[in-house]
Design a protein around this ligand. Structure first.
Ligand SMILES: C[S@@+](CC[C@H](N)C(=O)[O-])C[C@H]1O[C@@H](n2cnc3c(N)ncnc32)[C@H](O)[C@@H]1O
Length: 438
């Protein structure tokens, strides 16, 4: 067996699962449980498989350029295997072309693509030849098309982004969507301190560093490895939370004794942050309509050993009617709304191929309904934060504008859009603070 064969085969299996509709992180987890890989292997497999998913458009473009049949006409298994070989040739500089080609051909030979192994070999060799004479497939393109092609993003999305942010910002965001996302921790100050956490990581030869402007945030600097194997995980000393997301719960200025509603709470990243900020002393009602996601919330609450959170499975838009005692009841409300997730494309490599303009429209209807039905639960001196992890203005500032125009007793206290436009920015996030006019 060629060196690195199993790792590449595992990456191909991940692509096959994702192409049948599975989320990329779940596909990665499922495939990895079949094998015994080192943490270096896992880093390689993640980079290769997630890179292939992100750069699907670019890789397909190469197939169309080189092969006799268009990528859509290729047997899907062959298309995904070609992606494995192509991505290594085009994007993984340290791997010699021969290793990229030979391992891919070997996978074909040992699979049902056996009869097509010659085709795999010919296409990949042809690509390396074209690259040597700099015969790139892109011809004359408009700017939007070029970004769409080079950064492998759907053209509709690039056009929208240019409308929203202009060409220069779009280029920066598009490029950041293809960078490896950072792994950030939020230290659970109910159980430990930043100082103690840094010491424990260091003792275990894990390099971490502070995150600018975040009191309890650390970034992993060592190579990524299984999260559960990191020291302190089972003791609930930290949880994984992107730096932009860590910025949301403090906007509510939570204090001890607060009555807080987290209306879209699962899996609890922000709910547990709220509990931490009130020193676990107050009432937090965490609701969500997804049972599966609420189970994750329960796990997090137990692991972090938090007592102030009460969990109920309910559709938030119905809470007011089912529990009228909550009208005007809460001091603080967080609506971390379901959204298109357009701020998290670096983290979710398959998302760019799933989100559509229509799916965004449907989400906007839900977001508007959540705001309208939940605002009556806020007491007159309270604060409501509406947040999303998208960069689409129609789900963010434009939606809040429209909501405030309809509800003239309310006002905007603050709003901010974080754009994922460089390696340190973290995910794209939006948040608005709303209160009753004084
Ligand atoms: C962005 S996620 C929330 C993430 C969570 N706040 C955190 O920080 O871990 C949005 C959540 O809204 C939930 N959701 C969607 N529609 C809902 C509704 N009508 N009522 C309650 N929850 C809803 C989804 O199940 C999902 O868990």
């Amino acid at each position: 067996m060629l060196e690195g064969y199993l790792q590449r085969k595992a990456a191909w299996e991940i692509l096959l699962k994702v192409s049948s509709g599975m989320y990329s992180d779940l596909a990665l987890e499922k495939v990895l449980t079949k094998y015994k890989f080192t943490s270096l292997d896992i880093a390689f497999i993640t980079e290769l498989s997630f890179g292939c998913i992100r750069y699907r458009k670019l890789l397909d473009h190469w197939i169309d350029h080189i092969s006799k049949s268009n990528h859509e006409k290729q047997p899907p298994k062959l298309r995904w295997l070609l992606h494995i070989g192509l991505y290594q040739i085009l994007k993984m500089d340290k791997i010699p072309d021969s290793a990229c080609i030979n391992t891919t051909v070997e996978i074909a030979k040992n699979s049902e693509l056996n009869k097509l192994s010659g085709v795999v070999n010919a296409i990949l060799r042809n690509v390396t030849r074209k690259l040597k004479i700099n015969n790139l497939p892109a011809v004359s393109m408009k700017q939007a098309e070029r970004i769409s092609f080079e950064e492998s993003l759907p053209l509709w999305l690039v056009n929208e982004m240019i409308d929203w942010f202009g060409i220069n910002e779009t280029k920066k965001i598009a490029s950041a969507f293809n960078k490896k996302p950072k792994i950030d921790f939020r230290i659970n100050t109910l159980k430990t301190t930043m100082k103690e956490s840094i010491e424990i990581f260091q003792k275990n030869n894990i390099d971490v560093g502070p995150i600018s402007k975040l009191e309890n945030g650390l970034v992993l600097k060592s190579k990524p490895r299984s999260i559960r194997k990191l020291p302190g995980y089972f003791e609930g000393k930290w949880l994984i939370q992107d730096r932009s997301s860590q910025w949301v719960a403090p906007l509510l200025k939570p204090i001890k004794g607060d009555k807080i509603l987290d209306a879209c709470a699962a899996p609890g990243t922000k709910t547990t942050h709220l509990a931490q900020l009130i020193e676990d002393d107050g009432q937090i009602l965490a609701i969500d309509k997804s049972e599966i996601r609420l189970n994750l919330l329960k796990e997090n609450v137990e692991r972090l050993n938090i007592k102030s959170i009460k969990i109920i499975r309910i559709d938030a838009t119905k809470l007011k009617d089912i529990k009228p005692e909550y009208i005007n009841y809460f001091d603080k409300i967080l609506i971390d709304a379901p959204c298109s997730g357009l701020g998290t494309l670096a983290r979710n490599p398959d998302a760019r191929w799933k989100i559509t303009k229509d799916s965004i429209k449907q989400l906007i209807t839900i977001q508007e309904k959540l705001l309208e039905t939940i605002i009556p639960l806020l007491n007159k001196n309270g604060l409501l934060v509406y947040s999303t992890c998208t960069i689409c203005p129609n789900e963010n500032n434009l939606l809040i504008d429209k909501f405030l125009k309809k509800n003239n007793k309310l006002e905007l206290v603050f709003e901010k859009q974080i754009l994922p436009n460089n390696e340190d920015s973290g995910d794209g996030f939006y948040a608005a603070i709303v209160s009753y006019k004084k």
